[in-house]
Design a protein around this ligand. Structure first.
Ligand code: ADP
Ligand code: 5GP
Length: 256
């Protein structure tokens, strides 16, 4: 399931009526909207355990997963695949001051904010971490992460190396028994080569040439920090990289 496939108010009004016969909680529009179907399923499972329509997810340790890499290495592609593969995984939607591109949707791919609003959120201490990346601000909100972890979901974040370092520091300071620390995994995605990285950034056709140049210049410094991460995965053949990440997560969560 793509993280773009969140339940929208239109979807709710259109087809949810069918499900209300099976699950009374689906009537609650506020509960359903802006969740992925899998997140909704988890919420319903937790709320209505014992019902015979949904199968509860396997009892595994919730993970707090950080995926990091230079722009164009395939983080979004791999995160989307992970979200389709694991039904107990929630995507951490970051805030950003950059403009939406292509099909990106506010509240789904990012929360798009003005610089002024972003600064207010900093002042409100709303961020677990934030950083300036390629000339724009990006930040991870604390509240949704706490909410998802509390409901037993694993979380995956797509953030840059500066943000990953801040999250790592935060996690290290927590007690060993804290679920965020216990389930912490950080993975750095490597490009097969700088030539291939350029091809992917150009092939994506979402960024202006000067933006691509800036991202490629920054990539060298980001790759130099790959050793800070628990795991490094080269995204050459997509299916191989995906399998490697799944193996890491399955071992960490106790599925394997
Ligand atoms: P990021 O989120 O790290 O910026 P994307 O997931 O947007 O990167 O990937 C950049 C481009 O590279 C996209 O067009 C994507 O389809 C493509 N891509 C991702 N992984 C691979 C791969 N293993 N082989 C070839 N192309 C890939
Ligand atoms: P893009 O503009 O291509 O979506 O993202 C640019 C970079 O910002 C990527 O390296 C991405 O991982 C990073 N990024 C996205 N969200 C966050 C966030 O919340 N915090 C930090 N530190 N980086 C982020």
């Amino acid at each position: 399931m793509s993280r773009r496939n969140r339940i929208t108010p239109n979807w709710f009004d259109g087809v949810a009526a069918h499900y209300t016969l099976l699950f009374p909680l689906v009537k609650d529009k506020a509960l359903c909207c802006n969740r992925t179907p899998n997140q909704l399923r988890n919420h319903l499972v937790l709320a209505e355990r014992g019902g015979n329509w949904y199968t509860p997810p396997m009892q595994t340790k919730p993970l707090f997963i950080v995926i990091s890499a230079p722009s164009g290495c395939g983080k979004s592609t791999l995160c989307d695949m992970l979200l389709q593969h694991y039904n107990d995984l929630s995507y951490s939607v970051s805030c950003t001051t950059r403009e939406p591109r292509g099909m990106e949707e506010d509240g789904v791919d990012y929360h798009f904010h003005t610089l002024e609003r972003f600064r207010e959120l900093i002042d409100e201490n709303a961020f677990l971490e934030y950083a300036e990346v390629h000339g724009n601000f990006y930040g991870t909100l604390k509240a949704p992460i706490a909410e998802d972890l509390a409901s037993g979901l694993s979380i995956v974040m797509d953030i840059d190396v500066q943000g990953a370092a801040k999250v790592r520091e935060h996690v290290k300071a927590l007690p060993a028994s804290d679920p965020m620390r216990d389930g912490f995994v950080d993975i750095f995605i490597m490009p097969p080569s700088m030539e291939e990285l350029r091809r992917r950034l150009e092939g994506r056709s979402t960024d202006a040439p000067e933006v691509i140049e800036r991202r490629l210049e920054n990539a060298e410094g980001e790759i130099a920090r790959a050793d800070e991460f628990m795991f490094k995965v080269v995204n050459d053949e997509l299916s191989v990289a995906f399998k490697r990440i799944c193996d890491i997560l399955d071992v960490k969560s106790g599925r394997m």
